[in-house]
Design a protein around this ligand. Structure first.
Ligand code: ADP
Ligand code: MG
Length: 552
């Protein structure tokens, strides 16, 4: 594969990718530079840390290197070789894409980068963002490599430095980041040196389980492991048999498409599903790998937080708990009396051999029903169903539509309908519902005090909102059921209001300008109870006077 060359991101993409400051602490820095080495296809990564990275972080890799002539560009903000169009963000298999890490690091440290590629060597020295020297030279027969030495981190931002030094947790965090990369990349040899201690070496391993044993320091007999695949999602889980009380120094890792994430929801699902594997009130270590199509997840929602949004959460969550249940079932298969589970699953397998229901270890019909309810969760209107059988939309204007119903003609007032329907959807939102993450969101102007007070209100409704600063908020995700409405205007119009209340105090003015496409409208009308709409006077029978007016 010929590497792409480094390019500056176009302005508009810069605006779209509104990333916060990348480097908050040594562990975040470490994460960025290891990701770069892995993106460069390194099979050897050698790391040395002094004083938890504050004095020195050095990384040497045998990846493809940086073109010496492009070296200064690599340290420019928004310089990346990994994305050209905004759409690339969605399909990105590599780690970083913001093109900010090296620039940020170079601006808060004394940095040297020494890299070789295609028999050319480049050496650059940068202090506090200022380039001190840059040389290029030919080197015959040298393997490609990149060495980055980061000294005196935060030397020009002393406040931050103080903050870090006072934190004892930094070491743990660094260890966690290191372990996460070591675990997920058995194909790479890692060498880690802390201060002047001996190097710890993680040799290349052929499979995950061997690497997991290296990191969790236990042998294969002490690990339950299981792999399942369903509908394009692969779940591999490794759980230690030994356990203890409390959470200190627990090695619990979640990876999605090999990327380490800290997702509290998945963590809870794992602990909850695995609790039968451990004694009461104790937990063990686990490593979970989920692999799924990149367009089923959104990894870039929070640039700094390793958080993931799933487009089909329930499917993934069921797969995780199902996989762990299966471990449990296998352990207990001999000791347990014959349960109904077996027969039920056998029935399912008989009806459809293609689908591996067996993989799940469902224990009851109820569980299976729940699973499929969630799997196909779609916005429901919670109203009596009354299909628009004998009804036809015969005329549509900006304000109303005329519906022919048998022999009578009815008029639906669109905005009354939108108001009613939008509120109805909001009230019906529940946690099972699909949430859609937003990659790009228009900034919303806020009054921070009011917005903070109103945040729980929106969270409850299934919106996720981030405050960027005291004046700006970004919508990160919204409930799918309201996808046809201008949810952003809804937030913007309401976030600064005093005392929000769905029944009494809510601003739906934005719906005045809203226009739902008629086929969607038609689809909704075929679900929403026609009778309810009539009772609410949102649909009225048309009289002669009205008709006459219409024709005039
Ligand atoms: P990003 O990783 O988002 O592209 P960075 O600031 O982290 O931005 O890196 C900028 C560019 O420098 C990368 O796109 C890559 O081309 C190059 N680069 C950085 N580190 C390495 C490395 N260890 N080996 C090869 N190329 C690297
Ligand atoms: Mg990077």
């Amino acid at each position: 594969m010929t590497p792409k060359s480094i390019k500056l991101l176009p302005e508009h993409i810069i605006d779209q990718i509104k990333a916060g400051e990348v480097i908050e602490r040594p562990s975040t820095l470490l994460k960025e530079i290891i990701e770069n080495s892995l993106d460069a296809e390194s099979t050897l990564i050698d790391i040395h840390l002094i004083e938890n990275g504050l004095e020195l972080i050095s990384i040497e890799d045998n990846g493809k290197g940086i073109k010496p002539s492009e070296l200064p560009l690599a340290f420019c903000r928004h310089a990346t070789s990994k994305i050209e169009r905004f759409e690339d963000v969605y399909h990105l298999h590599s780690f970083g894409f913001r093109g900010e890490a090296l620039a940020s690091i170079a601006s808060i440290s004394r940095l040297t980068c020494d890299t070789t590629r295609e028999n050319k060597r480049g050496l650059i020295k940068i202090e506090g963002g200022e380039t001190k020297s840059h040389i290029e030279e030919d080197t015959a027969n040298k393997e490609s490599s990149t060495k980055i030495y980061i000294k005196d981190l935060f030397f020009n931002t002393p406040v931050r430095m103080k903050f870090i030094q006072s934190k004892n947790s930094e070491k743990n965090q660094i260890q966690k980041i290191l372990n996460s990369f070591i675990l997920a990349n058995p194909q790479t040899r890692f060498q880690i040196k802390w201060d002047e201690k001996d190097k710890v070496i993680y040799p290349i391993r052929e499979n995950l389980i061997s690497r997991i044993q290296d990191v969790l320091k236990c042998d294969e007999n002490n690990i339950y492991s299981k792999e399942t695949i369903y509908d394009g999602v692969r779940c591999q889980i490794f759980i230690t048999k030994s356990s203890s009380r409390g959470n200190a120094h627990k090695q619990q890792y979640i990876f999605i498409n090999k990327r380490y994430v800290q997702d509290i929801q998945i963590h809870k699902i794992v602990l909850n599903s695995a609790k039968n594997l451990w004694p009461e009130a104790e937990t063990g270590n686990y490593v979970l790998f989920l692999d799924l199509a990149p367009d089923e997840i959104d990894v870039n929602v929070h640039p700094n937080k390793t958080k993931i949004k799933f487009f089909q959460g329930p499917k993934v969550f069921s797969l995780i708990s199902g996989t762990i249940n299966q471990i449990y079932n296998e352990i207990n298969v001999k000791s347990l009396p014959q349960s109904t589970a077996g027969t039920y699953q056998e029935d399912l397998i008989k009806t459809d051999k293609e689908i591996q229901y067996r993989e799940f270890g469902f224990e009851s019909t109820q569980q299976i029903d729940n699973y499929f309810d969630n799997l196909h969760a779609s916005p429901s209107l919670n109203l009596q169903q009354s299909p628009l059988t004998e009804k036809k939309i015969v005329y549509e204007s900006k304000k109303f539509i005329l519906i022919q119903e048998n022999d009578s003609l009815n008029c639906l007032h669109k905005h009354a309908f939108y108001n009613f329907h939008f509120l109805d959807l909001l009230k019906d939102i529940n946690i099972k519902q699909n949430i859609i993450p937003l990659m790009v969101s228009k900034p919303i102007h806020i009054d921070i005090n009011r917005a903070k007070k109103n945040l729980p209100f929106f969270t409850e409704l299934g919106f996720e909102i981030d405050f960027i600063d005291n004046k700006t908020a970004l919508l990160r995700s919204f409930p799918k059921s309201i996808q046809h409405y201008s949810y952003l205007s809804f937030i913007a119009d309401n976030i600064n209001l005093k005392k929000l209340d769905l029944d009494k105090n809510i601003n739906l003015d934005f719906l005045e300008k809203f226009e739902m496409s008629s086929n969607i409208l038609e689809e909704y009308l075929s679900n929403v109870s026609y009778i309810t709409l009539k009772e609410l006077n949102i649909i009225k029978q048309v009289d002669d006077i009205f008709l006459k007016k219409l024709y005039e």
